[in-house]
Design a protein around this ligand. Sequence first.
Ligand code: GDP
Ligand code: MG
Length: 209
Amino acid sequence: MTEHQFKILIVGDGKVGKSSFVHRYVNGQFNKNYKTTMGAEFTLKLLLWTDTERVRLQLWDIAGQERFVSMNRVYYKGASGCVVMFDVSNSASFQSCRHWKQDLDDKSLLPNGQPLPCILLANKCDLTERVVSVESLRRFSQDCGFTCWMETSVKDNRNVNEAMRRLVEEMLSVQSPVPPSDTDTDTGFHLDSVELDAGPVLDTRCCSG
Ligand code: GDP
Ligand code: MG
């Protein structure tokens, strides 16, 4: 059994649904009165990915500040992927996503210099009062270099598993296809392979919820 371990950051303005998302994904529940996150904390989720592969996810849910704040580098250290979330009924939370993504890209890159896999989640799509159009979302996601974007509703359990599956696929595809062994120290080979592997995936597999 091969085991992959990934640290995933969940960022976005306060009250967009980050803690609810993690709780839903890990425990399968939606609790209207989920406690406000105090400080960063992580939750573990183990996936039986294939017959021969296990994926262990560390989900880091950030402290509940209302607006964007530049994060400490320590928080980003060792991260393999990121979820940037906003609330479709709150345009300020949408505008913050540019800053969250930029902060991530400034402080965390793959070994080959490419940005980390990062998905944009338009949460609370069960609500009718929506302030962000699909077209502007599509353009925004592309401009900011997100791997893909999806509409989610943690409340209605819509696209929660699908979004995480998409992120895991992306993290698996950009990591070294040949696990380095004790005798293989030629890292140049691995970096080239990663680049070739990642290109078409990023271009063709963007999703639209
Ligand atoms: P966080 O500050 O980003 O961690 O947000 P929380 O997870 O604490 O959620 C903030 C509020 O939004 C809570 O009252 C949740 O019940 C609510 N919420 C979360 N996800 C959804 C959703 O998909 N739809 C709706 N309508 N409410 C949601
Ligand atoms: Mg929270």
